[in-house]
Design a protein around this ligand. Structure first.
Ligand code: MSP
Length: 578
């Protein structure tokens, strides 16, 4: 408890600075975006939206983009028989479109093929070279095009029957490569990088800090930072040596600087990044190479790396060959994009892999967004209970009465009093699943209160005690909806905006400190609802059985039919989203 308080205070302390720079990885343009890619971006977006809500005077900046150089991209374009620049334009645009559809509010979308980035890479290279950290050498090793990296023997699996070696990380084959390269003196930075990793909350969750420290407990070999241009031509040329191109990972990492205008001094307003969000597969590049490159160039490494695990689909790694890659655009057709965002943040935990299953998505979205949140709004706005369509004030004599009569009213009051504090603690650590847990528990308390208060037994008209008690019940319910709506804004910006619009909450009253105002703290609202907006927030997702399933069911016994229909439904779902 004490430790978690201290951590919380430290987290708040980090916000004293007036800028907060957050990055996602830049995405390879060798294939279209899938939900795993969207996940990195949604975490970053929800994190930044929370920062803006909680610390309105801090300038938050979110950068994302696409990683467009290297053999992997060269080969993908050739495979599609499209000129490589055109191929990059097309896939990069798909990322941009998906992010727009998913309300990723980035301040910059950088592409590594842009001139501003190439200039930053050239400058950074000069810095490394002039400070003596780069030398030329003959190099040989196993190169994995899919991972875009040389791998050591311990990172490989040998298939005895074919004699082919594969990357343990990605499962893709490697090729033996002998060439002259420029090398970076990574070995000189072993101690500095270890020191950086060990700082409090540098790498989160802590299990990834441990992985880095394990790697750092062995001597680090120097790393190749260029490839011969005749092998990798789709890349940035090494300054003053056209026979070599810059290694794609060095090129890619520098995007975090070029987005800020580096080397122009304006970049200093945001440097170093407050948080860099990455998937677990690219930990070594961000947790070892990147701080070493930065230290070598005389720049500060990031304040925090936030590492997330991966999504599997029905327990399997997503891959084109398994035909189980979940396309966010198709998935959003079933779940809505806000529903998809909610599912990813609600079900994903950073420290271990999450499983994307259609059955689970339906269950969560229907029970939490439709039945718990949406249904409560519909009930509080129903014309029978709320004929004048108002967000009423509670009445002074009825509020204490309800709190005294009903345990459920007291529990709701208690939940609302704790909502901001608890959710703040969870958001500070990117524990979105715990934010959702807290909000859903509060909404359960609100639903339970509504049921126990039995507003439908009270007459709505006039200024009778009945009508006043009814208004107080609706006021308390709408307060719960409003507060939960404010808290959920970073996770579902569009859906919560519709909720708060319907409740007619002015935009100026939707920030974090407005969580203090509710019946629980003696604050009142009293205004009309906005009837331009529907009270239907999230439509229950209903699966229509196809004809063949119905026929099959009619022919089989009841117990068989229910089992069989479930299997068919699951198969149908997997097809629709793959
Ligand atoms: N281009 C590099 C990153 C360079 S950053 C300087 C890259 N690109 S990627 O497109 O392969 O991956 C981008 C992000 O998507 C990574 O954070 C990666 O972990 C994430 N994901 C890729 N597959 C994923 C899942 N199945 N699940 C969750 N995230 C996944 O790596």
């Amino acid at each position: 408890m004490f430790v978690s308080k201290i951590r919380h205070i430290q987290a708040l302390g980090a916000r004293w600075s007036s800028s907060h720079y957050v990055t996602t990885p830049i995405f390879y343009v060798n294939a279209a975006p899938h939900i795993g890619h969207l996940y990195s971006a949604v975490i970053a977006d929800a994190h930044c939206r929370y920062q803006r809500l909680r610390y309105p005077t801090t300038t938050v900046r979110l950068c994302t983009g696409t990683d467009e150089h290297g053999t992997k991209i060269q080969q993908a374009a050739a495979g599609h028989k499209v000129p490589v620049d055109q191929y990059c334009d097309e896939i990069s645009a798909r990322y941009r479109d998906v992010f727009k559809a998913a309300s990723i509010a980035h301040d910059d979308f950088i592409r590594t093929t842009e001139q501003r980035h190439k200039q930053a890479v050239a400058h950074f290279w000069h810095r490394l070279k002039s400070r003596g950290h780069i030398y030329s050498a003959a190099y040989s090793g196993w190169y994995c095009v899919s991972d875009e990296t040389f791998l050591t023997d311990s990172q490989l699996r040998l298939d005895e029957s074919s004699g082919t070696r594969y990357s343990l990380e990605s499962g893709h084959p490697v090729e033996w490569t002998e060439e002259t390269n420029y090398m970076f003196r990574l070995s000189n930075f072993q101690d500095d990088v270890r020191h950086w990793v060990k700082q409090e909350a540098r790498v989160r969750p802590a299990k990834f800090e441990k992985i880095l420290l394990d790697t750092l407990s062995e001597p680090l070999p120097d790393v190749s930072v260029s490839r011969p241009a005749n092998r990798v031509h789709w890349a940035i040329p090494v300054p003053n040596d056209d026979s070599q191109t810059v290694y794609v990972w060095l090129d890619a990492l520098i995007n975090y600087l070029s987005s800020l205008g580096y080397p122009n001094e304006e970049y200093l307003a945001y440097w170093p990044p407050a948080q860099q969000i990455i998937g677990k597969d690219i930990l070594k590049f961000h947790g070892i190479y990147w701080p070493a490159f930065l230290l070598a160039a005389g720049l500060s490494p990031p304040q925090q790396l936030y590492v997330h695990s991966h999504w599997t689909v029905d327990g399997q790694k997503m891959s084109k060959s398994k035909h189980n890659v979940v396309d966010p655009v198709l998935a959003a057709k079933q779940y809505t994009m806000e529903g998809l965002r909610y599912f990813l943040l609600r079900e994903g935990v950073a420290h271990s892999d999450g499983n994307f299953s259609h059955v689970k998505a339906l269950r969560i979205l229907n029970s939490e967004l439709a039945d718990t949140l949406g249904n409560l709004l519909s009930r509080a706005c129903a014309k029978t209970l709320n004929p004048h369509q108002v967000y009423p004030a509670s009445h002074v004599e009825h509020l204490p009465q309800l709190l005294q009569d009903l345990d459920a009213a007291k529990r709701l009051q208690e939940a609302l009093l704790q909502l901001a504090g608890r959710c703040e603690q969870h958001y500070e650590c990117n524990h979105f699943h715990l934010v959702a847990d807290t909000v859903i528990a509060t909404l359960h308390a609100a639903n339970n209160f509504f049921e126990c208060a039995k507003p439908w037994e009270l007459k709505a008209n006039g200024k009778t005690p009945d009508a006043q008690r009814l208004q107080t019940i609706i006021a308390m319910t709408m307060d719960a909806l409003r507060l939960c709506g404010i808290v959920l804004q970073p996770m579902m910006p569009q859906l919560t905006s519709r909720l708060l619009d319907k409740l007619n909450v002015p935009s100026s009253e939707r920030s974090w400190h407005h969580l203090n105002a509710s019946f629980a703290t003696g604050k009142q609202h009293n205004h009309q609802l906005d009837n331009q907006w529907s009270a239907l927030l999230f439509q229950r997702i209903v699966e229509h059985q196809d004809k063949s399933t119905q026929e099959e069911q009619q022919q089989s016994s009841p117990s068989q039919s229910s089992k069989r229909s479930k299997t068919k439904k699951d198969q149908k779902a997997a097809k629709t989203i793959s």
